[in-house]
Design a protein around this ligand. Structure first.
Ligand code: NZQ
Ligand code: ZN
Length: 384
């Protein structure tokens, strides 16, 4: 096992009506920026619950944070937060709103052009405190220090990470997810699944506990995901998916093990250029990436097949083929398509993705830094 230092400071308030516990976690006398997306919270009652929660606080609302939040929109919220001397951000929505809140939190105090935080690794030295009410289990953003922001004008979708933007608390009420459209249920399960894979499917470092944490989350998603599609108002199913998605990317399972975020980095370009949903990009890239990297990932691919999909072939090549197919089948079962052609993309898209990766310096991806632009091309050709 590799060395690590691990702390997760986000307090999870999990369960029905747990929003009632959040009030005491918001700093007294703070002016609150209430941040949300395109308005789904006004249709499903969450907006009213938040207004109740914030009763007595001075509140400024900022709505319209898009899916795949844009720099162009968020920078307006940064100006507003400065004008209003905001002291606390409450992000209410899916990963996009939470990520947007994190960027605002970091940009308000940033000395210089905030774009540097994303594009040049500009150091975040201080940030506004932030809490969140999560409405879409998928990204793990509610309990990590990551944020991904898109600059529309340059078609760049870039991440940054800072412990200073990690939410102080996250309200996880499974009932808040009942109103999700089917497509977002599917997206969430696939995204969480791939988060686990990117921290698991590398090479063995004798870390059996991390492996079993990861396999437990994968098994739960494989079991519960289809149930959520079949019976969307089942509280227990929604609760199990919500907790799985948080555990998938709150840092725990990735401690002391190698990681490979190449599927995400390639996928981000497909969203930046062609506006595919985040999870759609992952469902396209991962099966082909597993195929191209099958030798380097052989041990873990075999283990994934055995422990998560109960595949037990004596021939290694067959074991690996069947495991990759099982992952692809699971995405299709969750109604997320796995081929570029399913999204009307052809070979010309591959050139565009490769050009963008090069522009963003993403030319040595994977746990061995051996996924170069030639390999990316091979991966995407297989996914056509
Ligand atoms: O805009 P609103 O009205 O809120 O509607 C949203 C949006 O249209 C809707 N929605 C959310 N909760 C709902 C709901 N509709 C009905 N009922 C509810 N309860 O769902 C749509 C998608 O929301 P979004 O927040 O974009 O989805 P998701 O949570 O999948 O977030 C995706 C973003 O997170 C980034 C992705 O790249 C993408 O930009 N990621 C962030 C990560 C992190 N911070 O650690 C890691 C991930 O890998 C990912 O990259
Ligand atoms: Zn993701």
């Amino acid at each position: 096992m590799l060395n690590f230092a691990y702390k997760n400071p986000t307090e999870i308030l999990f369960g029905e009506k747990q929003i009632n516990e959040a009030r005491s976690r918001i700093p007294n006398n703070a002016k609150v920026l209430f941040l949300y997306g395109g308005g789904s919270i006004k249709k499903n009652g969450i907006y009213d619950d938040v207004i109740n929660l914030l009763d007595g606080f001075e509140v400024t609302e900022f709505s319209g944070v898009e899916a795949n939040p844009s720099y162009e929109t968020l920078i307006k919220a940064v100006e507003l937060a400065k004008q209003e001397s905001i002291g606390f951000i409450l992000a209410v929505g899916g990963g996009s709103v939470v990520d947007g809140g994190k960027f605002i939190a970091a940009a308000v105090n940033y000395d210089g052009d905030p774009w540097e935080i994303l594009a040049k690794g500009g150091e975040v030295k201080s940030a506004l405190p932030l809490g969140c009410v999560l409405t879409l289990p998928a990204t793990g953003s509610e309990s990590n220090g990551n944020s991904v922001v898109t600059r529309k004008s340059t078609q760049q979708k870039l991440p940054f990470t800072s412990p200073l933007v990690q939410p102080l608390f996250a309200v996880l009420d499974p009932v808040y997810t009942y109103s999700l459209p089917e497509k977002q249920i599917s997206n969430g399960v696939v995204d969480a699944f791939v988060h686990v894979i990117e921290q698991y499917l590398t090479y063995p470092v004798n870390a059996p506990l991390q492996d079993r944490f990861a396999e437990g989350i994968l098994q739960t998603l494989v079991e519960q995901g289809p149930k959520a599609l079949a019976n969307p108002q089942d509280y227990d199913t929604r609760a199990n998916i919500m907790w799985s998605a948080t555990m998938a990317l709150n840092g725990l399972i990735g401690q002391g093990v190698p990681q490979d975020w190449s599927t995400h980095m390639i996928g981000h370009e497909l969203t930046a250029i062609y506006h595919l949903d985040h999870a759609q990009t992952l469902a396209v890239v991962l099966p082909s990436l597993m195929y191209v990297q099958r030798d380097k990932k052989a041990e873990k691919l075999k283990q994934l097949g055995q422990r998560v999909f109960a595949i037990n072939e004596s021939d290694d090549a067959v074991q690996i083929d069947k495991t990759i197919q099982a992952v692809q089948n699971f995405f299709e079962q969750m109604k997320v398509k796995t081929r570029l052609a399913d999204y009307d993309l052809t070979e010309s898209a591959i050139t565009q993705v490769v050009t963008n990766l090069e522009k963003n310096g993403m030319t040595q991806l994977g746990e061995h830094q051996d996924i170069d632009l030639t390999k990316v091309t091979a991966i995407l050709k297989l996914a056509l």
